[in-house]
Write a protein that binds this ligand. Structure first.
Ligand SMILES: [Zn+2]
Ligand SMILES: [Zn+2]
Length: 245
């Protein structure tokens, strides 16, 4: 859709970029049923055994669903921060950050273990608070299209960032997270809601047209290919922080 709507293309080799990203998606599709099974089994286990805080106290169903949405996103925020802080996790997460160009297909360019990693955190917090699977369903229903939009070259007026941007991770915020300069990479960890970054002091902005995407150590066509990227977590690549600040 982005290719059809947004022209001229923001960078060359758009089709080869899409194909390399899509190969990651094929693996993700195959693993999705396993992931789904993991989610459904856990939520069945929570409700059958009355696990977690919300099953022990009396709370209206609507509020439980609402807090569930926030808590699942809260877990993603912290798991995302850990992805950047712990070297072994960064090796896998950097596949998503390695992209030197940016379009909707960057959203699906992630190492296949990443969805499991984030789901693990979401399920853990669901057990602790006794969440309902409806929270998870609504969360994913909103998140999946949002993830694609966050990576598109969509143009929108500034006032949207200044209003909706108090609550939601806007495309211009997530793109700052993809900046090569680690001062900016270490910011805007939010997945759906930006409130955690604003609350924990990791919210940063930079004009989108000044952002240099990717990682210095992953520059060059060879290192942008699916075959290199799928092997890359097992290759010792020294981080080039490109720190200016
Ligand atoms: Zn990240
Ligand atoms: Zn991203």
């Amino acid at each position: 859709m982005e290719m059809a709507i947004i022209r001229p293309f923001s960078f060359k080799n758009k089709f080869s970029h899409l194909i390399h990203s899509f190969l990651f998606q094929i693996i993700a599709i195959f693993m999705a049923s396993l992931l789904g099974l993991m989610v459904v089994t856990t939520f069945d286990f929570i409700s059958e055994n009355n696990l977690g805080l919300f099953n022990w106290i009396s709370i209206p169903w609507g509020l439980k669903i609402f807090f569930g949405l926030l808590l699942i996103d809260f877990s993603d925020y912290w798991f995302h921060r850990l992805d950047h802080k712990i070297p072994i996790l960064w090796r896998f997460h950097r596949v998503h950050h390695s992209d030197t160009s940016m379009d909707a297909s960057t959203a699906i360019r992630a190492f296949p273990t990443e969805p499991f990693y984030f789901t693990l955190g979401e399920l853990l917090i669901s057990i602790i608070f006794g969440l309902d699977i409806t929270s998870m369903n609504i969360f994913l229903l909103i998140l999946l299209p949002t993830l694609f939009i966050q990576h598109t070259n969509i143009q929108y007026p500034n006032w949207v960032d200044k209003t909706l941007g108090w609550l939601i991770v806007m495309p211009s915020f997530h793109k700052v997270h993809h900046e090569q300069d680690q001062f900016y990479t270490d910011s805007n960890y939010g997945v759906l809601f930006i409130i955690w970054d604003r609350l924990f002091g990791t919210f940063k902005t930079k004009p989108v047209n000044e952002i240099k995407y990717g990682l210095k150590e992953f520059e060059g066509n060879k290192k942008q290919s699916f075959t290199y990227l799928i092997k890359s977590p097992f290759i010792n690549v020294k981080r080039n922080t490109n720190k200016k600040t």
